[in-house]
Design a protein around this ligand. Structure first.
Ligand code: SF4
Length: 454
């Protein structure tokens, strides 16, 4: 059975390579679908209160983008690795196409900075909240369309037939790289076989994200496009344990990975999903409003910013004041710093008490990938649930499913921590495990507040 499954996976990998033309066609179909769903609703008037998903394209596109596309792309990365990036992503396909017809310049040094995916994720998440990207088609077109144009421009200027944008600059590539660590399959490279250079002698593959295939370890950076499958009989799509990459390769994790996970995927994302229902946000805004009124500064209470700076749709009574914008920025930044920073300190304390260097705290941080992934899925799927409830569906089982997911992700995270700590003497394991337990409890409490407490 196991052998059959392995052969099947290997066949899928090799099949993707053989049928690269069909894969390209599928990519262009996704590009078309993406452009229609992104552009058309932005040209239509805003839906009224009576509008429903099945008779209003704007609402349907909103549901498809935020209710299905994003949460399930994230889920697909956890299940299959970054096949989304390599096989279907419209932005990657357009960037590669532009690069095939572009100037082919070398990649500048500044672009290779490892912090861009983290900065990009933080900036787009914050900006998305300021202009209500989940709720308005114009805002979605600005952020997603802007990102696509940037990807094409980078492709046009740099690389030749490559995905320079995806490798160095895409705001979600860092998140996908983290989530892919959990995938139960990946393209494994045998360096010995590679060096032996056994037949079949296939032409050198075009690895669009510019990976050194021979030295590739794990699924994080690989876009799982299959173009190198079978190369030198050394590259195979195989099944693996979902824990393998974090437990065995996590010690080589870099600082930006840990920062993105703790401050972005966990801290900023939770604050972004919660601020609309948070009593702490209201208290923060109220105290600032009182201060402004007491000091006779009334201009921040005006809602006169354009829609591309702050949400501005007075026709449906939705317009942010400058104070709203400032409060959102403060709440999100404080949320990222307090939650991400608090967990970071806990993990550092756990490592130091165990007598390990700071790199061990980064390894421990990666054990929180399941909790972070579950948080992103819960946050994005709450838009799915909200939109389906507008349509009249009750979905009474949703909160139980959320509780199961939160508990399961926490237990998975603790199991990963346990496996990582097996390298320590028995008595040194308690501090890091306690740090992980407290971190997961803190996150569980945050989600409890969002779905039950508030
Ligand atoms: S290593 Fe490169 S070519 Fe091979 S599957 Fe991954 S992204 Fe594709």
């Amino acid at each position: 059975m196991k052998l059959l499954f392995s052969r099947c996976l290997m066949g899928i990998g090799n099949g993707l390579r053989r049928h690269s033309v069909a894969v390209q066609r599928a990519q262009w179909i996704v590009v078309l679908f993406y452009v229609v769903l992104l552009v058309t609703p932005a040209l239509l008037p805003l839906p009224d209160n009576q509008a429903r998903m099945l008779d209003n394209l704007t609402l349907l596109a909103q549901f498809v983008f935020w209710g299905i596309w994003w949460p399930f792309v994230l889920l697909s990365v956890v299940l299959f690795g970054r096949m989304w990036c390599g096989l279907l992503c419209p932005e990657g396909a357009l960037s590669e196409w532009a690069s095939q017809h572009g100037m082919g310049r070398g990649i500048p040094r500044w672009m290779r900075w490892a912090g861009w995916p983290t900065v990009g994720f933080l900036a787009t998440t914050l900006y998305g909240q300021l202009i209500s990207v989940y709720d308005y088609a114009q805002a979605a077109l600005l952020i997603l369309g802007g990102s696509t144009i940037a990807a094409m421009l980078v492709g046009f200027f740099y690389g030749r037939g490559k995905r320079v944008w995806c490798r160095y600059l895409c705001p979600v590539s860092g998140v996908f790289a983290l989530l892919a660590k959990l995938a139960p399959m990946h393209y494994r490279v045998s360096e010995e076989r590679w060096q032996a250079n056994l037949p079949p002698h296939l032409p050198a593959p075009n690895c669009a994200p510019l990976l050194d295939i021979r030295r590739m370890r794990g699924a994080s950076a690989c876009h799982a496009c299959g173009r190198c499958s079978g190369q030198r009989d050394a590259v195979r799509l195989i099944a693996r344990s979902s824990n393998e990459e974090i437990v065995h390769l996590g010690e080589h994790g870099n600082l930006w990975e840990a920062r993105l996970l703790l401050y972005g995927v966990i801290g900023l994302a939770m604050a972004a999903f919660q601020w609309t229902i948070s009593p702490w946000f209201i208290a923060l805004k109220q105290s600032m409003a009182e201060w402004l009124v007491a000091h006779d500064q009334l201009w921040p209470l005006q809602a006169d910013a354009p829609w591309w700076v702050l949400t501005h749709y007075p026709q449906v009574n939705d317009a942010f004041t400058w104070l709203d914008g400032l409060s959102i920025c403060l709440y999100l930044v404080l949320g990222a710093l307090l939650l991400g920073g608090g967990i970071h300190l806990l993990l550092i304390a756990g490592s130091v008490l165990a007598g390990k260097p700071l790199a061990f705290a980064r390894h421990l941080a990666l054990c929180l990938v399941p909790t972070g992934a579950a948080g992103l899925f819960l946050g994005l799927s709450s838009t799915t649930v909200k939109l389906l409830r507008y349509e009249g569906l009750q979905l009474l089982w949703v909160n139980q499913a959320r509780a199961v997911l939160i508990v399961a992700a926490g237990l998975w995270s603790l199991y990963l921590g346990w496996r990582v700590c097996t390298q320590l003497p028995w008595q040194s394991r308690q501090a890091p495990m306690l740090a992980l337990l407290l971190s997961n409890t803190l996150l569980g409490y945050g989600w409890w507040l969002q779905f039950w407490g508030w």
